[in-house]
Write a protein that binds this ligand. Structure first.
Ligand code: NAP
Length: 308
């Protein structure tokens, strides 16, 4: 089968750190061009905007949109209308309601729209799901706490409306949660902390449950210095399961079930290649809906201003 020729659009942290090496590592996919206002890669055709790429660029089959969520919908529309398959970075959009028309457009164009949830490709996620499927779950606690200055230096978009603030990483935890639990969950209450000078929350506490009344608590915080926490702890009738390091490590009781280096993005590209073979659509909005519900239900506290 011919290689899938992909152009990366938006050449920031995630494009450099993960997409470029993953495209190199994955079978059946090749990096054909870059569209970025400021950055380029030696030896590859470069265009300032996606419009210029689609108008004047080399033959491509697909785009990987690595821009912030606020600008991705318009880029996805342009790419789909030009007959390209589209991979969306997470979160799939800046609003839940903008995704339905995008899915409809992809279906009409018979092109793939893949809303990625990279954390679901972490090595401990499927083993956790399988382990939990055979137990009665009693309680879940999520701690997703990181230092925004280390992980998102100078990313102004994250603090703007639609940038999600602390939910930008927090939604990764929700994407894992909604994959490993056997039942759908919903938000019952939330407390969001907004820096007085920012439009997005720096911290959030959520309570969630399912129809059986399972207690689920999630704490997201961007102000964590020192050790960072990307942990989900599940208490069951057969002991405790701990998924940590964002899904790279899994411990049941004292037994280490998984302890691997994270390698999420090659898995994403393998899936993208599979989907594009049939023009299939893979868009799961559940994690984004939970975040939207946290904004709907959340009480708001104003906290200290945040400076980068
Ligand atoms: P970033 O470092 O700020 O890069 C974003 C890229 O998009 C930059 O190349 C930027 O400019 C381009 N861009 C920014 N604003 C734009 C605009 N208004 N119009 C067009 N292009 C614009 O952000 P990132 O960390 O790579 O995150 C991008 C997406 O990936 C986010 O949705 C994030 O949630 C997701 N993600 C990030 C990480 C992570 O660890 N950083 C992990 C997983 C997923 P140029 O055009 O100048 O290149």
């Amino acid at each position: 089968m011919a290689e899938l020729r992909v152009a990366i659009v938006g050449f920031g942290k995630i494009a450099r750190d993960q997409h470029v090496p993953a495209i190199k590592a994955a079978e059946g996919v090749t990096l054909a061009a870059v569209a970025s206002r400021n950055a380029s890669l030696p030896g590859l055709p470069h265009f300032s905007t996606i419009e210029e790429l689609l108008r004047n660029g080399p033959e491509i089959d697909a785009v990987a949109l690595c821009t912030p969520p606020q600008v991705r919908r318009a880029q996805a529309v342009a790419a789909l209308k030009a007959g390209k398959h589209v991979m969306l970075e997470k979160p799939p959009g800046a609003a839940v309601s903008e995704l339905d028309p995008l899915v409809a457009l992809a279906a009409a164009q018979k092109r793939t729209l893949f809303a990625t949830w990279h954390s679901r490709y972490a090595p401990a996620v499927e083993p956790a799901r399988n382990w939990l499927a055979r137990r009665r779950i009693k309680r879940v606690k999520i701690d997703w706490k990181e230092d925004v200055r280390v992980w998102h230096p100078g990313q102004a978009w994250i603090w703007e409306p639609g940038g999600l603030g602390v939910f930008d990483p927090g939604i990764n935890a929700l994407s894992i949660l909604t994959r490993i639990l056997p039942e759908p969950v919903f938000v019952t209450s939330a407390e969001l902390s907004f820096p007085s000078n920012r439009a997005a929350p720096i911290a959030a506490n959520l309570a969630l449950t399912d129809t059986g009344g399972l207690p689920i608590a999630a704490e997201f915080d961007f102000r964590q210095t020192g050790p960072q926490s990307w942990d989900i702890v599940v208490d069951t009738d057969d002991g405790r399961l701990k998924l940590s390091s964002g899904g790279a490590r899994l411990v049941a009781g004292d037994e280490v079930l998984v302890d691997e280096k994270e390698a999420e993005y090659p898995g994403l590209y393998r899936r993208f290649v599979e989907l594009t073979a049939h023009g299939a659509i893979d868009v799961d909005l559940v994690p984004l809906r939970l975040v939207a519900d946290a904004f709907l239900l959340g009480s708001r506290r104003i906290v200290e201003p945040f400076e980068d």
